[in-house]
Design a protein. Structure first.
Length: 380
């Protein structure tokens, strides 16, 4: 492809050509993510018909079909706009014209048609899985009415030599500032998932790595939803609320009360409630998705500070979910196994493998004769 001159002054900027690797894949891009989403969608439709429960948008405040594309578009803007201003240089004579030409060059380099297709394919597949997951999770108490909290609590006490894991953490960390700290960890986790999806679809130039991560998270949702139906639980904060009475009011405690109110309303009148219930404990997807993140950042070789930060946040997530009563410790174990399996099976499905071992396979990207001259600087 011939180089272009964004400034019109003869400065040549080579255009990066992105090609999504298909050799050795055996399946289209995001095939397993689409399969997981379609499988959950079928479960949603079947459960809705059998139990006479309406299918609902999982995000009542800002619909997910608006929120997630907005996150992706915002990430694209963050990807393109700063690069444009840096490459255009200081304001001066002809700066506006130079800015426009540079913007077109950066957009062409960073966002060729192949990458638009990649990002849109990934976000739609992932959102289908997410929306169906939320509905299946809400319908789980109707499909399987028994609650298994008591045997899981007994197993927890067995693993902790007769002690309750949450009580142990309350004794270790106290029930004051630690509650607010772990509440903040939970809030960060809520934001982490959509942001990480945006990073994988927008900012990565390694499409195989991005596809691997998004597919793995979709598998997390799918397996988690199946477990919610097979082994319904509500978690220690609801099955043994007295064990958490000493904790102060936090954002999480208010959220827990709100979620219980939603569950009571949905179970009483699933049609008139106008919302979804979101309580289910086994397995912990907080832990599962964090394990997925940790393994993916290791396997794709992200910078050391990213890898260390991910593992530290995983440890904090484990402590927070047990300390605040969201999950039994057994849920943590189940979530960790689920997250690790999701990374492996997603690696196989996306062609990131050597035999049956998950390994990142490089994208074939057309070379750039002088990357330093590129208007968009081809990283990340």
């Amino acid at each position: 492809m011939a180089p272009c001159s964004p400034t019109g002054a003869g400065d040549e900027y080579p255009v990066l050509v992105y090609t999504h690797q298909s050799a050795g894949r055996g399946a289209p891009s995001f095939a397993l993510a689409w399969l997981a989403g379609l499988g959950l969608a079928i479960l949603t439709i079947v459960f809705s018909a059998v139990e006479d429960i309406p299918i609902q948008d999982p995000d009542s405040l800002i619909p997910g079909y608006i929120r997630f594309p907005a996150i992706v578009l915002g990430a694209i803007a963050i990807d393109v706009v700063p690069r444009t201003f840096v490459a255009a240089g200081r304001p001066g004579s002809g700066w506006v014209r130079r800015l426009g030409a540079t913007f077109r060059t950066v957009l062409r380099e960073r966002w060729p048609l192949s990458h638009w297709k990649f990002a849109l394919n990934g976000v739609v597949a992932w959102y289908l899985c997410y929306a169906a997951f939320r509905n299946v999770k809400s319908m789980a108490p109707f499909v399987h009415e028994k609650i298994y909290d008591e045997p899981l609590a007994d197993l927890d006490r067995f693993l902790f030599a007769g002690h309750d894991p949450a009580a142990v953490l309350h004794a270790w960390f106290g029930t004051g500032l630690a509650a607010h700290f772990f509440s903040a960890v939970y809030i960060v986790w809520i934001a982490l998932v959509p942001v990480s999806i945006a990073i994988a679809l927008v900012w990565t130039r390694h499409t195989r790595a991005g596809e691997w991560y998004v597919t793995a998270v979709a598998v997390d949702w799918a397996l988690g939803a199946v477990l919610y139906v097979l082994l319904p639980t509500v978690g220690p904060i609801y099955s043994d609320s007295s064990a958490f009475a000493a904790l102060p009011e936090t954002y999480v405690s208010r959220l827990q009360e709100s979620m219980w109110g939603d569950r009571v309303a949905v179970l009483a009148d699933p049609v008139g409630a106008g919302t979804l219930q979101t309580i289910a404990a086994f397995a912990s997807l907080h832990v599962g998705i964090m394990v997925t993140i940790c393994l993916v950042v290791e396997l794709v070789g992200l910078p050391r500070w990213v890898r260390i930060s991910s593992w530290v946040f995983l440890a904090l997530t484990v402590l927070a979910t047990v300390y605040l009563g969201w999950h039994f410790f057994v849920d943590v174990i189940g979530g960790a196994a689920l997250g690790a399996f999701a990374v492996w099976i997603a690696g196989i499905a996306t062609g990131n493998r050597v035999g049956l071992r998950a390994r990142l396979v490089p994208d074939p990207v057309a070379g750039v004769s002088d990357p330093a001259q590129s208007a968009s600087a081809s990283r990340p």
